[in-house]
Design a protein around this ligand. Structure first.
Ligand code: UDP
Ligand code: MN
Length: 273
């Protein structure tokens, strides 16, 4: 008889949680994260930003990393941050690299349980695409051939196993990630997909429990909230794309992360009881 080989158990300490942020969002977005899910992964979560912020450095117990990347929303600046996130993970002793945006809520225990189903010594690229078909680009090198690949949306969060990240080192570490982004002229999450799926030929594993604000948050059913790994929010004028969850007053919790946190972990001091 063959025994099923189970991956070694995964704990929170095996995970490097990386959050991309920028100085303009510390007071609003980071604040919401610090009040909620960060409390469940204070030692494992790192914020990659573009300024020194003594107040937040103190509130995160020294977990703010000034990437010295530009604070503008352009490809180079974003790839620069991803490149520092990646290098910092490589220099850590963690088994998993999980990237999120600062408008993500991370369901920490669910993330850890989820990673427990995979072996970090194997190559894993886990995340959720935001398009229905693989991205097709015309390679700009001599060949002008069509190149097709999937990528995990950065705004939903994604995870890489250490085995895969180590294979990426020759093409992605020490700032090489920025060079690749410049070559294909695409955003950081797309560049990640290009490196992993196209250059390394390792497939993206689609995980439905990651959610970006490109999806309507209100369709996530209440009974299934506990099973989801990440959530997000966005606002376009009067259109609010937020998780549908009861809890605190909309006035005090417009983006619903406090209410979501209370739904998942009702014992917090700010939760209604
Ligand atoms: N961001 C950044 N620099 C900027 C603008 C945004 O690092 O100049 C980060 C931001 O903190 C977030 C991510 O990029 O983690 C996506 O930004 P946002 O949610 O504002 O835009 P989206 O791409 O989701 O529309
Ligand atoms: Mn966003």
């Amino acid at each position: 008889a063959t025994a099923t080989i189970r991956p070694p158990t995964t704990t929170l300490d095996d995970v490097f949680i990386s959050v991309k942020t920028t100085k303009y969002y510390h007071k609003s977005r980071l604040n919401l994260i610090l009040k909620t899910w960060f409390q469940l992964a204070k030692k494992q979560t790192w914020f990659f930003t573009d300024t020194d912020d003594p107040e937040f450095q103190k509130r995160t117990d020294g977990h703010m990393i000034n990437t010295n990347c530009s604070s503008s929303h352009n490809r180079k600046a974003l790839c620069c941050k991803m490149s520092v996130e990646f290098d910092t993970f490589i220099n850590s002793d963690k088994k998993w690299f999980c990237h999120f945006d600062d408008d993500n809520y991370v369901n920490v225990p669910r993330l850890v349980r989820f990673l427990g189903d995979y072996n970090s010594r194997e190559d894993w690229y886990l995340g959720k695409p935001s398009i229905q078909a693989p991205l097709e680009i015309i390679s700009r090198d001599k060949t002008t051939q069509k190149v097709k690949f999937w990528f995990a949306t950065g705004g939903a969060g994604f995870c890489l196993s250490r085995a895969l990240a180590l294979k990426m080192v020759p093409i992605a570490s020490g700032g090489k990630f920025i060079g690749t982004g410049e070559k294909i002229r695409l955003p950081d999450d797309v560049t990640m997909g290009y490196i992993i799926e196209h250059l390394l030929k390792k497939p993206l594993t689609v995980v439905d429990q990651f959610h970006s604000h490109l999806e309507p948050m209100k369709f996530i059913r209440k009974e299934l909230l506990h099973d989801q790994i990440s959530f997000s929010y966005s606002r376009n004028k009067d259109e609010w794309n937020v998780v549908k969850v009861e809890g605190l007053d909309v006035k005090h919790d417009p983006y619903r992360f406090l209410s979501l946190h209370c739904h998942l972990f009702p014992h917090y001091s700010f939760c209604p009881r």
